[in-house]
Design a protein around this ligand. Structure first.
Ligand SMILES: Nc1nc2c(ncn2[C@@H]2O[C@H](COP(=O)(O)OP(=O)(O)OP(=O)(O)O)[C@@H](O)[C@H]2O)c(=O)[nH]1
Ligand SMILES: [Mg+2]
Length: 427
């Protein structure tokens, strides 16, 4: 294969080592698209590290069988396939064979879980190759991703500017708005509507802009991540409900492109079905796992120290609504005695999620850093006060049931609505 065999970034041995700790559960993704359509850029953002790519002299040649694995993310494995040329049925057959073979695997984690089909946005309507691809039933959910929407907006803008030069009636901001609107209409007309009208349409058609500039905290991939989760959460003939739930959680864990998705998954892990009491140590461990911090997963002693630190500095003390000594305890008790437990649980879950967000964003790599962070959160961060006030506000609402906790949706809203710009730590 020479230079065409794309090198995985991971060192195989250390990867095998880490797999032992994760029961081999990996989310398996196939990304298809013509050369230059932006596949590697998407993969790099999703796995959270730079992916080594094929040298430019032989761009576009990818071996679909080859597993692309990542140095710091053992929850994700990808396969990369060049796009199809019109009428080349054998190229579609290669993908079909690959998916069929994978789906026969007994181990569900060896099967393929998702296909992302990338098409670069340009002024041409969709081509024969796409019509062929979406005329086949795929035993795995497929999403269509229209890439480089920003470049298309720029092209439209340039044309509008040229037209406007003589008349000079419209100002720049207005022109830019118009360009976005025209581009969106073209996306709907040339891509979304025709793709959704095909015999076996993709589960969603979405446009991505400036993917190369995406960061976890300012993600350009939110829609892709959300649509992927939505597609995974629907049970099918091949995937029952419990497996669908497991794959949804696995993908939320595996992806590093979007912090909001992680926060949401982390809170759901903490709450599980239980709104009446606080998370067990197993549930809290599950909350840590969502962030997919590889060094932490490999160091059980570090996890123990971290969990002890959380329970000492975060769960105890009068800051926590449900604890004795809290200025709020008497008020809460007048509602319903068990409410103390649900308030405490909600606070623990929100606090843990927000601490883990900082561990993830600040890329903390040792136990000392974790301890320092928990102390900062407890003593200097504005977040615990924000969390406590919001939880109290919610429970004081007369419409809210006074018997149980507030449930995942509301708690997710509180955490996602956190005040911005709170992480100014020098680690
Ligand atoms: N303007 C813009 N450029 C992008 C976007 N996504 C990717 N690019 C750029 O497009 C170029 C090609 O992207 P790749 O991710 O290497 O494309 P690929 O599909 O992996 O290409 P092959 O490996 O040859 O099959 C790179 O220079 C990216 O920076 C985007 O959303 N907007
Ligand atoms: Mg590539």
């Amino acid at each position: 294969m020479g230079c065409c065999s794309s090198q995985p970034t991971a060192e195989v041995e250390s990867h095998k080592e880490s797999l032992k700790f994760n029961n081999g559960k990996r989310f398996r993704l196939l990304i298809i698209g013509k050369t230059g359509s932006g596949k590697t850029t998407i993969l790099s953002k999703v796995c959270g590290e730079d992916v080594a790519d094929t040298p430019s002299t032989c761009r576009g040649h990818h071996d679909i069988e080859k597993e692309i694995v990542f140095q710091n993310n053992d929850k994700l494995v990808a396969h990369d396939s060049e796009g199809f040329e019109a009428g080349k049925v054998e190229e579609v057959a290669v993908v079909k064979n690959f998916i069929e073979k994978r789906n026969k695997e007994e181990d569900v984690y060896q099967r393929l879980h998702m296909v992302w089909y990338c098409i670069e946005m340009n002024s041409r309507p969709i081509q024969r190759a796409e019509l062929d691809f979406f005329s086949v039933i795929w035993q795995v959910p497929v999403l269509a991703i229209i890439t480089k929407f920003d470049t298309f907006v720029q092209d439209v803008l340039q044309r509008l500017e040229e037209e406007n030069e003589e008349e000079e009636e419209i100002d720049d901001a207005e022109l830019e708005e118009k360009a976005k609107q025209v581009a969106k209409e073209k996306f709907n007309k040339h891509y979304r509507d025709p793709l959704l009208a095909l015999p076996h349409p993709p589960k969603a058609v979405l446009a991505l802009s400036e993917t190369h500039k995406s960061t976890p905290n300012d993600s350009r991939l939110t829609e892709l991540i959300q649509e992927t989760l939505k597609a995974l959460s629907r049970p099918t003939e091949e995937v029952n409900l419990s497996m669908a739930n497991e794959l949804t959680l696995l993908f939320a864990t595996a992806q590093s492109a979007d912090t909001r998705t992680k926060l949401e998954a982390c809170i759901r892990e903490g709450l599980k079905d239980n709104c009446d009491t606080w998370p067990s140590s197993i549930e809290r461990r599950g909350m840590l796992d969502v962030w997919n911090i590889s060094w932490l997963a490999l160091d059980p002693e570090a996890i123990n120290i971290f969990m002890r630190c959380l329970s000492k500095d975060i769960d105890s003390g009068s800051r926590v609504i449900g604890n004795w000594g809290s200025p709020y305890a008497t008020e809460v008790l007048t509602w319903y005695s068990n409410k103390l437990n649900s308030c405490k649980g909600e606070q623990m879950i929100a606090d843990t999620a927000l601490i883990m967000e900082q561990v993830f964003l600040l890329k903390i790599t040792n136990v000392e850093g974790l301890i320092k962070l928990v102390k900062w959160y407890d003593q200097r961060s504005p977040l615990p006060t924000y969390v406590r006030n919001e939880i109290m506000k919610e429970h004081r609402k007369p419409t809210n049931s006074r018997l149980v906790g507030m449930g995942a949706y509301r708690l997710v809203d509180i955490v996602l609505g956190r005040p911005p710009g709170v992480a100014s730590l020098n680690f």
